[in-house]
Write a protein that binds this ligand. Structure first.
Ligand SMILES: Cc1cc2nc3c(=O)[nH]c(=O)nc-3n(C[C@H](O)[C@H](O)[C@H](O)COP(=O)(O)OP(=O)(O)OC[C@H]3O[C@@H](n4cnc5c(N)ncnc54)[C@H](O)[C@@H]3O)c2cc1C
Length: 456
C-alpha cells in the first residue's frame, strides 16, 4: 500500500549504484526520482565481451524504466548544482542531439538525496586524447569499438592500400594495463585469432595489439607472480605489452610516446582510470584530497559538510565511485558501489517499515538537525557500512585468467579454471534472469557455430 505524503527521495546517477537503489528502494514508502543523463545502466564488466560479439549489445545494459517499477520517476538530465539549505537539485535536460534544451534548467526538491554520479575517464590532460580515443564506459562505446574495428578491416582490405598502411590501420593501441584494458585486449585478441582469420583472411594477420601503461607492470593490483604471468602469456601471443610508457600526445593517426616517438594506430582505446565528475567541483561538500577527488561520507554513508567540523548533511548520502568512506579508501568498483547501495536500500526500507508502524516518515523537517536520520523505534542505520572485498578476477585471453588470493598458500590461481570462474562471474553481473539465459544460449550457439560477429 502506498504511504500518503511519501518523502521525496532523489537519486543522482543511473550507474551501478544509482540503478540498484532505484530498483530496490520501496516505492510504496518513498516517492523516488532518478536523475541521470542516461536512461540505461551499463553492465560494465560485460562491455568488452559485447564489443567482440559474444552476445548482443542490449544484454550489456538495463533500462531504468520498467513495467514493474512504473511509479519511479526518471528525469533525463544532469544535476548542475545542489543547494543543501533549500534541499534542491538544479538540473539541465541532457539530450545530445538537442543541446539547446540544456538551457531550460529546472529544480528538483528532495527530502533524501542519494548521490551516485560516478566518475569520468581520466586523460591526465594528454593533448589529443579526448578528441581521438575511444573510452569504454557505456554500450555506445562498445559499439564504437566494434564499428571502428570493422571499418579498419574494410579499409585495410581495399586493393590500393600498401602493406605498410595496412599494418598502421590494424594497429590497436590500448592505453591502460588495468583490468579494463587487459580484458579488452584479451577479447580483441581472441576475436583476431579466431573469427577474423576466416572473415578477413587477407588482412587479419596484420592486426597487432599494444598495451601501454605508465606503471612498471600491467594488472598491478595483483601480486608479482600473477601480473608477471599475465604479461608473459600476452607476449606469447605477440601482444606488445609496454609498461613504463608515457604517452605525450595523440592525433587522429598516431600516438607520440616519450623516448619512442610517433607510433601510428588505427584504433586508440583509453582505459587509464577515473577523474571526478564536474558536479563535485560545484557542491559544498568535503572531498578527499589525495588522488581521485571523491565525496567523503561517514560510516553510514552520510555526506560531510565542507570544513573540519565533522558535521554531516541532513538526509544526504553518497556512494559509488564518486564517494569514499572517511578513512577507508574503498576501491572504485561495481562491487563496492553495489555493496553501498545494498546497505542504503536495507536501511531505507527498514526505516520505512518501522515508521509505518510508529508514525509518518521523517521528511525534510527532521526535528533535530544533528540527528538527520530519525530512526525512532527502528534499527535502521544502527549499524555502520562494512565493505567486504571479493576476489579479484581478470581474463587474459585464450581461455586463461588470473584470480588473486585463492589456491594453495593463497598464491592465486591461473589457467582454464580461472577463465571459467571469470566467465561465470561475468554472467552474474547481469542482474536480469532473462538476459542471463539469452547470454548463455548465445555462448552455446557461438561454441557450436562460431560467433556471428560480421552480422551483428
Ligand atoms: C569497461 C569496464 C569494466 C569494469 N569491470 C568491472 C568489474 O569487472 N568489476 C567491478 O567491480 N567493477 C568494474 N568496473 C568498474 C565499475 O563499472 C564502476 O566501479 C561502477 O560503474 C561505479 O558505479 P557508480 O554507480 O558509482 O558510477 P557509474 O556506473 O559510472 O554511474 C554514474 C552515473 O551517474 C551519471 N551522472 C554523472 N554525472 C551526473 C550528474 N551531474 N547528474 C546526473 N547524473 C550524473 C552517469 O551518467 C551515470 O549514469 C568496470 C568499469 C569499466 C568502465
Amino acid at each position: 500500500m502506498t504511504t500518503p505524503n511519501r518523502p521525496r527521495l532523489v537519486v543522482i546517477g543511473s550507474g551501478w549504484a544509482g540503478f540498484y537503489l532505484a530498483e530496490h528502494i520501496d516505492l510504496n514508502a518513498y516517492s523516488i526520482s532518478l536523475i541521470s543523463p542516461r536512461r540505461t545502466s551499463a553492465y560494465t564488466p560485460l562491455l568488452a565481451s559485447a564489443a567482440v560479439g559474444l552476445f548482443n549489445f542490449y544484454l550489456a545494459e538495463e533500462p531504468v524504466r520498467s513495467k514493474s517499477r512504473c511509479a519511479l520517476r526518471f528525469i533525463k538530465a544532469n544535476v548542475l548544482d545542489i543547494n543543501f539549505q533549500t534541499k534542491t537539485c538544479r538540473c539541465a535536460p541532457a539530450f545530445d542531439e538537442d543541446p539547446q534544451l540544456a538551457n531550460d534548467e529546472f529544480d528538483v526538491d528532495y527530502d533524501y538525496l542519494l548521490m551516485a554520479p560516478g566518475c569520468v575517464p581520466n586523460t591526465f590532460d594528454t593533448p589529443g586524447v579526448s578528441e581521438n580515443a575511444i573510452f569504454i564506459k557505456n554500450v555506445s562505446d562498445a559499439m564504437k569499438v566494434r564499428k571502428t574495428l570493422f571499418d579498419l578491416l574494410e579499409k585495410a582490405s581495399l586493393p590500393n592500400v600498401t602493406p605498410e598502411r595496412v599494418r598502421e590501420l590494424l594497429h590497436i593501441a590500448i592505453v591502460g594495463g588495468g583490468p579494463t584494458g587487459i580484458e579488452l585486449t584479451a577479447e580483441l585478441d581472441d576475436l583476431c585469432q579466431d573469427e577474423l582469420r576466416y572473415t578477413y583472411p587477407l588482412v587479419a594477420g596484420y592486426v597487432s595489439i599494444s598495451v601501454y601503461d605508465v606503471a612498471p607492470h600491467i594488472l598491478s593490483t595483483y601480486d608479482n607472480k600473477l601480473h608477471e604471468y599475465a604479461a608473459s602469456q600476452l607476449q606469447r601471443r605477440h601482444i606488445d605489452v609496454a609498461p613504463n610508457t608515457r604517452i605525450e600526445k595523440a592525433d587522429d593517426q598516431a600516438l607520440y610516446i616519450k623516448d619512442k616517438g610517433r607510433v601510428p594506430y588505427g584504433m586508440l582505446i583509453w582505459a587509464t582510470g577515473n577523474k571526478n565528475v564536474p558536479l563535485l567541483e560545484k557542491i559544498d561538500v568535503k572531498l578527499s584530497q589525495r588522488g581521485l577527488k571523491r565525496i567523503l561520507a561517514d560510516h553510514h554513508l552520510r555526506v560531510f559538510k565542507s570544513g573540519a567540523t565533522g558535521e554531516v548533511y541532513d538526509g544526504v548520502f553518497a556512494l559509488g565511485d564518486a564517494a569514499d568512506v572517511e578513512g577507508a579508501s574503498l576501491p572504485t568498483t561495481a562491487e563496492a558501489a553495489v555493496q553501498k547501495a545494498r546497505y542504503l536500500v536495507q536501511n531505507f526500507n527498514a526505516l520505512a517499515k518501522s515508521l509505518a508502524k510508529s508514525g509518518p516518515c521523517p521528511a525534510a523537517d527532521s526535528p533535530d538537525p544533528s540527528s538527520p536520520i530519525t530512526t525512532t523505534g527502528s534499527d535502521a542505520f544502527s549499524k555502520p557500512f562494512a565493505y567486504s572485498q571479493k576476489q579479484l578476477v581478470s581474463y587474459i585471453g585464450a581461455h586463461d585468467g588470473v584470480i588473486a588470493g585463492k589456491g594453495p598458500n593463497h598464491e592465486g590461481w591461473t589457467g582454464r579454471s580461472a577463465w571459467l570462474a571469470w566467465r561465470s562471474g561475468s554472467l552474474m553481473w547481469n542482474r536480469n534472469w532473462r538476459s542471463r539465459v539469452v547470454i548463455v544460449f548465445t555462448w552455446v550457439l557461438n561454441r557450436v557455430w562460431g560467433k556471428e560477429i560480421a552480422r551483428m
